[in-house]
Design a protein around this ligand. Sequence first.
Ligand code: NDP
Ligand code: 8X3
Length: 250
Amino acid sequence: MKKIAFITGATSGFGKAAAHRFAQEGWSLVLSGRRIKRLLDLKETLSVPVHVMQLDVRDADAVKQAVDSLPDEFSAVTALVNNAGLALAPQGAPEVELSDWHTMIDTNVTGLVNVTHALLPTLIKTGAGATIINVGSIAGQWPYPGSHVYGASKAFVKQFSYNLRCDLQGTGVRVTDLSPGIAETEFTLVRTKGDQSASDNLYQGTTPLSAEDIAEQMFYIASLPDHININRVEVMPTRQAWSPFAIDRD
Ligand code: NDP
Ligand code: 8X3
């Protein structure tokens, strides 16, 4: 049976790597993001049927319209990879612009529920073997300085994923919170608003996860036998671990 992956945030990082990984196994693809040129270039490199959509996940009407107008060939979606997201403002909470908090909530929370809501009827129709992969983060589980609203938005992703599972019981639709640790993508460039040296420094001298590592997890989750649901995957590079609690002293 033909399989179709609907991937948000396919212009870069995990989403782009996921497009390559699913295409490698012959899946058809619906790829979205705001940077349409990147999507068109990506489509050129893939040898499977691909439908690209310029889409800002924060715009609920645009999301609904894009899903409702999928060409017939791409409408029976098998897997939704809710990947579009971002962190902003790595400094501490007191120094953050309120607009950066709003952007993270609008993208990581509202955007993710916009896409999920629009695609739920389709995924339920697909039934057994359908999968929703919500990209969370270790920041949704573990606190650290500078994570503030980013981590909180990813905690939402985790709990929303668990709660969706309850409501989708009996439909055959699976839901996973896939929560990576440090991974080298454009993530830090976005977080620092274009500071390439900050991004380079973060990944320098260690071995972060790659976008391909996470794409592999995505494909594994979506291609398991129908009766298996991975609830949550938390994956760090071997060279990342926790630190001791911080103690304020006189
Ligand atoms: P990238 O910055 O490389 O990719 C982010 C993707 O999200 C881009 O394709 C971007 O597309 C898309 N995106 C951002 N905002 C919007 C929007 N409003 N509407 C539509 N698409 C949007 O980062 P990653 O690949 O690393 O990030 C992917 C996901 O993984 C995010 O949810 C992130 O929080 C999460 N994550 C990342 C980790 C890391 O260390 N890299 C670790 C844990 C989780 P465009 O700008 O073209 O719209
Ligand atoms: C991104 C990973 O460690 O920067 O979600 O929070 S981390």
